[in-house]
Design a protein around this ligand. Structure first.
Ligand code: HT7
Ligand code: ZN
Length: 872
């Protein structure tokens, strides 16, 4: 496989001003006619040939300027692409190709799902539909005509605005769509089939009347309300916060159950995984409701950050993804609790991105090279990319950031640009030199920030010293310092917040201030500090770093006193993590685990104050996850970590039982089901209490909750606790759940996941049995993830069982899946790549399985890249 390098970028030889596409849809053999108006790119050599990407296409005919091209003019390459030399500067190319949507299991290009037709073109799927310069810097205006059987395929959708429909004879019909906005091929979409719409309208600030439609399979109409509300809220928010309006007469969303990712922002025709559209009280958890709001917003926000202003090449992916994640995070923060949203986002970043940055696939937010671009839709590009945008926001302030966004969209509208264009707009709007921030885009690895301080009572000076260091990552042995904004404050010995005055400043500032660490080490001197203070650092997680050097005493103090909710939560978490890591060491030595009474005290205090903000309390009560703890250890010990966490949960449950039970009872659902922040927070807190009580031996409580639950959040919380237990209640609950939900794929996914994540000694056997269950389908990405992904990523103590059977299962599944859907196989293989963080006995077994995957003939490029890099 070929490595593509960022430094090799060359502009396209030809631009395509307009594209006319004509689809004659048939599941077994679809004919695609394309007419491309070509123009030689002034930026390319005068005699350069036309390069057209193609993948798996059967060419029926190619005409240049009305003349059929003979075979000798067509130079096909091994990857399916086509080169044609000898073109004039302006030319019209017409091609006819055949494709077979029903045998397309990769879900890239045109494929069928449940008898309907869908496309997925990002990143390189358009070349599976027609010959085209399939790269984001070729932007064209599209006109699309679709013809299909009227009875079987009554709905025909594409990008842009509808432009007529009619009869095509012989039981077929036709529809035409015109997209007035130039777009790259990755934003092309076609959806056709037997679908029904849930419709609404939205009037933009400048008065455009937009028809909103969510297209689903018959029977799902009553589960689209939340998605539609989220869409309207997103449209309003983008107008209010960024002044960005929608720009077509129609906004269509189509939901499909076979989909590789969460959703896709195709211009005017978003395609969504059903998981991020469909929700009802009975079938969706609170997490599902929140996921829908986030993903709907994310795809909608792409209309400006991604579609109107797109990426020059795929190395710039974070230009649209990091920025759009930042925008969706801010939207969700505005819709609910900002503090809780930030805590959850940071949890997510540390669960997925930090380990990635410390593993074999570590790469910069703007990667330098790739073999398969699908492998770079990563937490680093998305979540760390969003953190880098947030760093810039913090550095220049909200007002300048908004001016920068205005400048960015105005300057680059309808263009394919680079990360430089974004940073330059922010720099020009703020007048602040941001050149050092490129370090965040181009350097992989998580910086470690160490804080130390001293207080001089004689001068009343407090000196805070910050130091940064980034560990090496593959291909980047030497790291440079990056600018780190550290939002902070000082607390007095009584816990009261203090105003701060840095040496050289005239007046003290109240509240939070932001220090900027620019070099490797820097000291900040605070004047007029009456007594030794406790610094509160990295408020709101102002930079994606690992903060070191805060003592346990200070963590306890900050967890109680700090004004910043993020630091209060973080300090509690880090305190618990530090205690738990010590317990892990004790467990490894075979010593008794003991118990730190401060943890029970913290739980009691949190429960006592929980009424003020139940959602925050639920976060504060959640112990550090097993993955988080493993990530703190040089060599992880998943089995010991699991034992310690279980022990601690049971111990806290026993010691705090009355308070936990009182909170659990007080939060019982009484009124009608609601999904606002307060109701969600109450359920989260109640289920956190249930988990502790169950760990302490109160088994019947989970059973009772399962039996009486009236919503999916409570039902699933109870079922997942029961799934960890032994006995008849467990089996009965799982059977009841399956019988009740076997017709609902999204809920059945949860049934698979819960069992895959049950930390029981028979987990691997259970997972293997589920793999052959009649409801398991390897071809459906949601189902594959719900079993294979949930086990390998969500059940560390069993996946890492010393028998190596967990690894063997994952490798078997990846080998079976790769020829069906290489993209999903490459994603699922990830956990095996973390072998360096495991003890030698496990590492050897993991490497053996990686090698077995690598030795498989005809491996996809994506899986090859993941596995070969993991073995380096
Ligand atoms: N921009 C979208 C990415 C995406 C994708 C990428 C590779 C293969 C399949 C895919 N489906 C969607 C989603 C987003 O970030 O908004
Ligand atoms: Zn996106």
């Amino acid at each position: 496989p070929v490595t593509i390098r960022r430094s090799d970028y060359a502009p396209p030889t030809f631009l395509v001003d307009t594209v006319e596409l004509d689809f004659d849809l048939d599941a077994a053999s679809t004919t695609v006619r394309a007419k491309l108006a070509l123009r030689r790119n002034p930026a390319a050599a005068a005699d350069a040939p036309l390069h057209l990407d193609g993948d798996g296409l059967t060419l029926v005919q190619a005409k240049l300027d009305g003349v059929v091209l003979p075979p000798e003019r067509l130079a096909f390459a091994g990857d399916g692409s086509l080169t044609i030399a000898g073109l004039l500067d302006v030319a019209v190319l017409e091609t006819v190709v055949r494709i077979a949507p029903e045998t397309n299991t990769s879900l890239s290009g045109l494929y069928t799902s449940g008898g309907n037709f869908y496309t997925q073109c990002e990143a390189e799927g358009f070349r599976r539909i027609t010959f085209f310069p399939d790269r984001p810097d070729v932007m064209s205006r599209y006109t699309v005509t679709i013809t299909a059987d009227r009875a079987r395929v009554p709905v025909l959708l594409s990008n842009g605005n509808p432009d007529g429909a009619g009869d095509a004879g012989e039981g077929r019909h036709r529809a035409r769509w015109v997209d007035p906005h130039p777009k790259p091929s990755y934003l092309f979409a076609l959806v056709a089939g037997d679908l029904v719409a849930v419709s609404d309208r939205f009037t933009t600030r400048s008065g455009r009347d937009v028809a909103l439609n969510i297209w689903v399979r018959r029977g799902d109409e009553d589960r689209c309300g939340h998605a539609m509300d989220s869409l309207k809220r997103s449209m309003t928010w983008d107008e209010d916060i960024y002044g960005l309006e929608y720009d077509l007469d129609v906004f269509n969303i189509a939901a499909v159950s076979d989909f590789n990712m969460g959703a896709m922002e195709n211009k005017g025709l978003n395609v969504f995984n059903t998981k991020y559209v469909l929700a009802s009280q009975e079938s969706a958890t609170d997490g599902d409701w929140q996921g829908i709001e986030t993903v709907i917003a994310h795809e909608y926000f792409h209309n400006w950050t991604g579609n109107r202003v797109t990426c020059r090449d795929w190395f710039q992916l974070s230009l649209k993804e990091g920025l759009t994640v930042f925008r969706d995070q801010e939207f969700s923060a505005d819709m609910g609790s900002r503090a809780v949203k930030r805590i959850r986002d940071v949890r997510g970043l540390r669960a997925a991105q930090f380990p990635e940055d410390a593993g074999p696939m570590a790469h910069p937010v703007r990667p330098d090279s790739y073999i398969e671009i699908d492998n770079f839709y990563t937490p680093t590009v998305y979540q760390k990319g969003a953190e880098v945008v947030r760093l810039i926001h913090t550095r220049i302030g909200a007002t300048a950031f908004r001016r920068g966004m205005d400048l960015y969209t105005a300057r680059n509208d309808n263009q394919a640009v680079t990360i430089e264009d974004f940073v330059t707009a922010m720099q020009d709007a703020s007048g602040i030199d941001l050149s050092a921030f490129y370090g965040w885009y181009d350097q992989a690895g998580t910086p470690e920030l160490t804080a130390s301080d001293s207080y001089d009572p004689a001068t009343r000076r407090f000196t805070l010293t910050l130091r940064q260091q980034t560990p090496p990552t593959p291909g980047q042995p030497d790291k440079h310092p990056v600018p780190i904004p550290v939002a902070m404050g000082l607390l007095g010995p009584d816990g009261a917040p203090q105003a701060t005055r840095l040496a050289g400043e005239n007046a003290a500032q109240p509240g939070t201030r932001t220090l900027l660490l620019e070099g490797t080490e820097q000291s900040f001197v605070f004047e007029d500090v009456p007594a030794p203070p406790v610094p509160s650092l990295l408020r709101g997680f102002s930079a994606p770093v690992r903060l070191r050097g805060v003592t346990r005493d200070r963590l306890r103090f900050l967890a109680v006193h700090d004004t910043d909710p993020f630091v209060r939560w973080e300090s509690g978490l880090q305190y618990a993590a530090s205690v738990m890591l010590e317990m892990v060491a004790a467990q490894q030595r075979g010593e008794p685990l003991g118990f730190d009474a401060a943890l029970a005290e913290a739980v009691a205090n949190t429960l006592a104050a929980a009424g003020d903000d139940p959602a925050f309390a639920a976060e504060a009560l959640s112990l550090p996850g097993e993955g988080f703890l493993a990530d703190q250890m040089e060599i992880a010990d998943p089995v010991a970590i699991h034992a310690v966490r279980q022990h601690l949960r049971a111990e806290i449950g026993r010691r705090c039982r009355p308070a936990l039970r009182a909170t659990y009872d007080a939060l019982a659902e009484t009124g009608p089901y609601r999904i606002d922040g307060t109701a969600i927070g109450r359920r989260a807190l109640r289920n956190t209490c249930l988990a502790y009580l169950t760990a302490a031996g109160d088994g019947p409580l989970a059973k009772a909750q399962f039996d009486t639950a009236t919503n999916m959040t409570d039902s699933l919380a109870a079922l997942s606790l029961l799934a960890d237990t032994d006995g008849a209640a467990r089996d009965k609950a799982l059977a009841t759940f399956h019988a009740r939900w076997r017709g609902d794929d999204l809920v059945l996914d949860k049934w698979f996941s819960i069992q895959a994540m049950a930390a029981r000694p028979d987990a691997i056997a259970a997972v293997r049995a589920l793999y052959t269950h009649p409801d398991f389908d390897l071809r459906n990405p949601n189902r594959a993830r719900s079993l294979i992904g949930a086990f390998a990523s969500g059940n560390p103590s069993q996946f890492h069982d010393l028998s190596g059977e967990g690894y063997r299962f994952l490798a078997d599944a990846v080998i079976a899946l790769d020829p069906i859907n290489g993209s999903i196989a490459a994603r699922l293989v990830g956990p095996l790549g973390q072998w360096r963080r495991q003890a030698a006995a496990r590492g050897t077994l993991m490497r053996r399985e990686l090698q077995r995957v690598l030795d498989t003939p005809n491996l996809s490029k994506g899986t090859f890249e993941k596995v070969s890099k993991a073995l380096l």
